[in-house]
Design a protein around this ligand. Structure first.
Ligand code: GDP
Ligand code: IMO
Ligand code: MG
Length: 423
């Protein structure tokens, strides 16, 4: 059996958590391959909304094994909070959650360094979630990091003290006040808590599952436009969010990839700093934010809103090898008379459909094609045959421009508000 991947094609928050939860009954294993608690994946059923940060979105399905892969970075304090919240709902995650020994640990000093580095950047800050992601991946590639497997080794405390000491030296170079002693007790308590979980060599576990003809779905975090190599650098995250990241973040060979589900919102959002050519800094943007409840699942920050950007989507599809598209939040666009869609960019060098090196709104103007909107409320729709004609038209236009079929349309946050579509 081969590995399927579901990942975001925009700047994150496309609805990955919801759709992974919907697809989970079809899979034996759900595996996260990158990112960490900067992610906030929401899923909703029976009137309750859940937000997961580190834990894969298959956790509510008893028969699904959930794996946190080697490419993920784990903050034990946030992980414990997530597990505690699940326990309150009667979900015992020790049964169907496994953690790679090679996943790196986010230390309290990583979080402090993230905050100090952002503060020092002033106006050019990235808008990081301040969860310590950048500094932790820097220590990983710098070959200084601590991994979850290290907590079972006798010299863990020595390694911790050495690395935290090094971080304190670095913090000394920033004009940044902090109190590490107030953060360490919760960290060590959470490290003890983490010991309850099963640590695995997840590359073996995932490959063995595939060899035994089990179905495995890799769950992406963030989105392709936040990828460290291909996103709108430097306003990106610190990991490879694209399909190749699933190979390195789980230890699965490229030839074992089957379907790549690319998920996108019917419009665009972005949280944090960085270029956003189709951003609507006006009443329409406000309206989309209000109707779509566009506030960050991790930080609560208002998300910036704008129209769909097809050149950016086409770029994401190319670097990921997307085989099927999933469109979410179609319901949010009900009531707009016209829906402009960006089909190209006007740049000083002419009109282009490419995602340019200098992805800068001040030198790029979106070229829009307007499509007629629909008035109908979509949230109760159960089948494609009930789609308003203009919604079907909107989807067809996107498919034609992108050359990949839209096989799932989401019309609300609940599990039930999901429509399978024949391409
Ligand atoms: P993720 O990070 O990709 O998992 O997405 P988030 O959970 O951060 O953000 C998506 C938000 O939209 C969440 O609040 C979801 O509950 C909600 N959502 C998902 N799909 C839909 C949809 O089709 N319609 C509406 N209105 N909300 C949705
Ligand atoms: P999910 O998985 C949206 C953004 C931050 C910031 C930049 C770098 O829920 O889609 P970082 O904390 O990684 O150093 O922040 O990336 N960002 C996200 N935006 N959804 C996310 O995850 C994000 N994770 C990081 O806002 O601009
Ligand atoms: Mg999110």
């Amino acid at each position: 059996m081969k590995l399927d991947i579901l990942l975001g094609l925009q700047w994150g928050d496309e609805g990955k958590g919801k759709i992974v939860d919907v697809l989970s009954p079809e899979y034996d294993v759900i595996a996260r391959f990158q990112g960490g608690p900067n992610a906030g994946h929401s899923l909703e059923f029976n009137g309750i909304k859940h937000v997961l940060h580190t834990i894969p979105s298959g956790i509510f399905h008893d028969k699904t094994m959930n794996i946190v892969g080697n490419g993920v970075v784990i903050d034990p304090v946030i992980f414990k909070k997530e597990i505690d919240a699940l326990e309150k709902l009667g979900v015992d995650a020790t049964k169907n959650l496994r953690i790679s020994r090679k996943a790196h640990l986010i230390l309290p000093t990583h979080r402090l360094l993230d905050a100090a580095s952002e503060a020092a950047k002033g106006n050019s800050k990235i808008g990081s979630t301040l969860k310590g992601i950048g500094p932790t991946y820097m220590d990983k590639t710098g070959r200084n990091g601590l991994r979850t497997g290290d907590i079972s080794l006798p010299d863990f405390m020595d390694k911790y003290r050495f690395l935290a000491g090094k971080h304190e030296e670095m913090l000394g170079h920033f004009n940044f006040e902090y109190d590490l002693t107030s953060l360490e007790p919760a960290f060590f308590e959470s490290i003890e808590f983490l010991r309850k979980f099963t640590f695995i060599d997840s590359e073996y576990e995932v490959n063995e599952a595939l060899n035994q003809k089990q179905k495995v779905l890799a769950e992406g975090a963030q989105g392709s436009l936040l990828d460290i190599d291909f996103g709108s650098y430097p306003f990106v995250t610190s990991s490879n969010t694209i399909s190749a990241g699933a190979c390195t973040g789980l230890g699965v060979a490229p030839g074992k990839i089957a379907e790549v589900y690319g998920i996108f919102k019917a419009y665009c959002t972005r949280v944090g700093s960085g270029p956003f050519p189709t951003e609507l800094e006006n009443e329409t943007g406000e309206e989309i934010r209000k109707i779509g409840r566009e506030f960050g699942a991790t930080t609560g920050r208002p998300r910036r809103c704008g129209w769909l950007d097809l050149p950016a989507l086409r770029y994401s599809i190319m670097i990921n090898g997307v085989t099927q598209l999933i469109m979410t939040k179609a319901d949010v666009l009900s009531g707009f008379a016209e829906i402009p869609v960006c089909v190209a960019y006007e740049t000083p060098d002419g009109v282009t459909e490419r995602f340019p090196f200098e992805y800068r709104p001040d030198v790029m103007k979106p070229v829009y094609h307007s499509l007629p909107g629909w008035k109908e409320d979509l949230t109760g729709i159960k089948s494609e045959s009930d789609f308003p004609a203009n919604l079907s038209n909107y989807i067809r236009f996107i498919e034609e421009k992108l050359g990949v079929p839209v096989t799932i349309v989401s019309v609300g946050p609940d599990r039930e508000q999901t429509i399978r579509r024949k391409a």
